[in-house]
Design a protein around this ligand. Sequence first.
Ligand SMILES: [Zn+2]
Length: 341
Amino acid sequence: MISSGNDRDLFNIPKVELHCHLELAYRLATMKAWAIEDGDLPEGCSDEEFKAKYMVLSPMNDLPTVLQKFLVTRDRIKSLERIERLTFEACEDMYLISNVRILELRYAPSFVLEVYPELGADRMHEAIMRGCARAEVKYPIAVGIICLLQRIKSVTENEYWADFAIERKGEILGIDLADDEVNYPPEPFTHIFQKAKSAGLGITVHAGEPNDPNASNNILTSIEMLGADRIGHGVQAIMDLKVIEVLRESKIPLELCPTSNVLTKAVDSADKHPIKRLFDLGVRTTLNSDDPGVMGITLMTEYEIAHNILGMTLNELEKCNQWAMEASFICKEKKAVVWPV
Ligand SMILES: [Zn+2]
């Protein structure tokens, strides 16, 4: 059990969240209200009915079921007002519930626009920026945006979105590559990431996430070919001493997300998560929530796992946040305003 004093100590750590998918970072009450408003759930439906249709709360047995939940969520994000509200509330909850001071949110323009092209990429982006700006005025939090490329889409389409990000450098701080890394390895996207890196964008790549024999090798490819500054997940690094050595030497941090790794069966259970072992091996580990809305967690949940189940001390968790702060793509000046020294 978690004592309230223990909880308060964990809350009091000023936090950095580097890996959070905006589309899946909704507040339950808001998404449920939208589902009812759109006629996707009946008036007066219970939270349990909402959870059954929208949330992933136990380890997944098959990918299509999980994807379906991502898709119904995405289908609710159909207006600029909703996008702005989703963004603001994601920021607000990060600050109020988890004491996050530095927050990076990532979104895939291609994901929402494939069903609602009429929103327009520029207007959608501006709505997100408005949501971030409102949170930054109201709370001592610095928010940055990452543009996510979907590896299941064509190289040509991803070239387009990378250029979209490069043109908005300053508002968009970096690019990411996500989705199924087993069937869509990173190599074909190398030139896109090299171009974005040359243009001054930060690079983070989902790699080494699933429990697959080749997954850890994707970490090396992402670093050596795509120029990754950070690795999304990278949890399978624990399977490969060579990868651990590269991460330790390069000081490239892993954006680890324990609950997500359990729900996708990347690791067997929370008590088997390797974040503490990776930390002890000298890898720069950071703690993140991935998809807090759809997975029914907050960043605090991940700290409770790390501290109460895996035995990471408060000092170790502060060290992770120091690394995360240094690795954040948000500019130094903006970080300094919100980060306690
Ligand atoms: Zn992710």
